[in-house]
Design a protein around this ligand. Structure first.
Ligand SMILES: Cc1ncc(COP(=O)(O)O)c(C=O)c1O
Length: 474
């Protein structure tokens, strides 16, 4: 039974123009096709083995429009990856292309100097930022999610005069320097230590499906938040709270498994931070910019952060990031104490402004509607598909957790994950995994995906999951 997401007909007509037609369309006998394979071989010759995506997705991108992608062999795919939550307004959105075309003729790079576009972006961020930060914030710009987190951590330390940062188990905040020290996945930490000694990890994050006490919300009374408070404030947990500058928290854990915490969890964590006298950094790099149906995912939870990091979809097709911080933090920073060569690029700033405009023109509400719809369809699928242990999410940030056994919740292994990912690709649907056990499929399409493409993708997911489940169920 398909529910009607109640979309605006005129808007749908416009959005349909953004993507390629007749997708999915697979014309190669085998994937990757010959032209794609040649490029993959060329890349292997010259690049390091460290990259993740080519090893799990094995798709070469030649062109992308809206929520669709074409490879060099003429195969067309529905994109449920949004370039890892980057292309929220769609790939090569014509409004973005127009912005790039106009601005790039005037100015792109400048020496981190004042320019019209970055001033305009600051004004826009000041207006859209939630809670008490609105009209009371200062911005700093970066080049990627990692650089935004690096800046936020550095500024929190400078503003408080304290050295330590607290992060959650299961967190992902980047894969460089300070950010890799905050990230907990062994996959990314392996062989890259030693890590910064000033990081404490606490937990559990409110991952209800895998609650260590096997409690249920709301009957659990947020036992996890109480436990975290005990770790942060308790006298014997090993945390020197007097030396802690900030706690960094994802409003919905992204790489950790697309885990939206239940209501009340983040509020409780914020309260603990207030009791401890430490700053709260809200890392919106993956969940922000409309992905969850609100501009900032924290808006679902009624928490007022002290600092917010944005990346990925802020710049979308052009890399960009930002840290938004309370004036009270900003005013403690030393003049001329921080620089990154390429920030404030006028064209990237202009594109970020266009991205914000596009989201504000009805996309946020539509994302909420499409998310409710997709979750309902996926939940219905669970009647026939035993390997889906749970579906969860907000807006179009939806996780499909795949297990061998619903009772034991034993995750599928990497081989099984690859079997599913490649079968989806072979039918023209691109997805990426996440999760502590790499067993969660992320449904994170560009927010401009048409209802038709979403339905097609959901049908292919059902088809593939049904076809493989007999091999997997235990
Ligand atoms: C929450 C969060 N923070 C930071 C990052 C790092 O962003 P980037 O890969 O752009 O450096 C990511 C990337 O996935 C993320 O999900």
């Amino acid at each position: 039974m398909k529910r009607d997401p109640g979309l605006d007909v005129n808007m749908e007509r416009e959005l349909a123009k953004l993507s390629f037609e007749k997708v999915p369309r697979i014309v190669s006998d085998m994937l990757p096709g010959p032209k794609s394979q040649e490029l993959i071989d060329g890349e292997v010759e010259n690049e390091t083995v460290t990259r993740v995506i080519p090893n799990i997705l094995q798709t070469v991108w030649e062109e992308a429009r809206g929520a669709t992608v074409k490879d060099p062999d003429g195969n067309y795919y529905i994109d449920l990856t949004a370039g890892i939550a980057v292309n929220n307004v769609g790939h090569c959105n014509p409004r973005v292309l127009e912005t790039i075309s106009k601005q790039s003729k005037l100015l792109m790079h400048n020496p981190d100097a004042t320019n019209y576009q970055r001033v305009k972006l600051g004004q826009k961020l000041q207006q859209i930022v939630p809670g008490r930060l609105k009209g009371n914030a200062k911005m700093a710009y970066g080049l990627s999610g990692s650089s935004a987190v690096e800046i936020a951590v550095k500024f929190a330390k400078s503003a408080t005069g304290k050295s330590h940062i607290i992060a959650f188990e299961g967190a992902y905040h980047g894969a460089l320097g300070a950010t890799l020290s905050l990230t907990t996945s062994q996959q990314f930490r392996s062989n890259y230590g030693p890590f910064h000694p000033y990081v404490y990890h606490v937990g559990p994050y409110a991952y209800c499906y895998r609650c260590p006490w096997e409690m249920e919300y709301p009957g659990c009374d947020l036992e996890c938040a109480k436990y975290v408070e005990e770790q942060i404030l308790g006298p014997s947990s090993g945390i020197d709270i007097g030396n802690v500058a900030a706690m960094i928290v994802e409003p919905v854990q992204g790489e950790g498994g697309y885990v939206p915490p239940p209501d009340g969890f983040l509020k409780a964590i914020k309260k603990t931070c207030e009791k401890a006298g430490i700053l709260y950094i809200d890392d919106e790099v993956q969940a922000g910019m409309g992905r969850t149906g609100k501009m900032f995912a924290i808006e679902h939870y009624g928490v007022d952060p002290d600092l917010i990091t944005l990346g990925k979809a802020l710049g979308g097709d052009l890399p960009y990031s930002a840290v938004i911080m309370d004036n009270s933090v900003a005013e403690k920073l030393s003049p001329m104490s921080h620089i990154l060569t390429s920030v404030g690029n006028a064209t990237s700033s202009a594109v970020a402004c266009t991205n914000i405009d596009l989201l504000q023109e009805g996309l946020l509400e539509r994302t909420e509607q499409m998310g409710v719809y997709a979750l309902a369809v996926l939940k219905e699928m669970m009647d026939d598909i035993e390997i889906i242990g749970e579906v969860r999410g907000k807006g179009l940030m939806i996780g499909i957790e795949v297990v061998r056994n619903r009772d034991t919740k034993e995750p599928i292994d990497l081989g099984e994950l690859m079997q599913i990912l490649l079968a989806l690709r072979d039918k023209g649907v691109l997805m990426l995994p996440c999760g502590r056990h790499t067993n969660v499929f992320r449904l994170m399409p560009p927010l401009v995906i048409t209802r038709e493409h979403l339905d097609q993708a959901l049908e292919i997911i059902a088809e593939v999951f049904k076809a493989v489940q007999n091999d997997i169920v235990q």
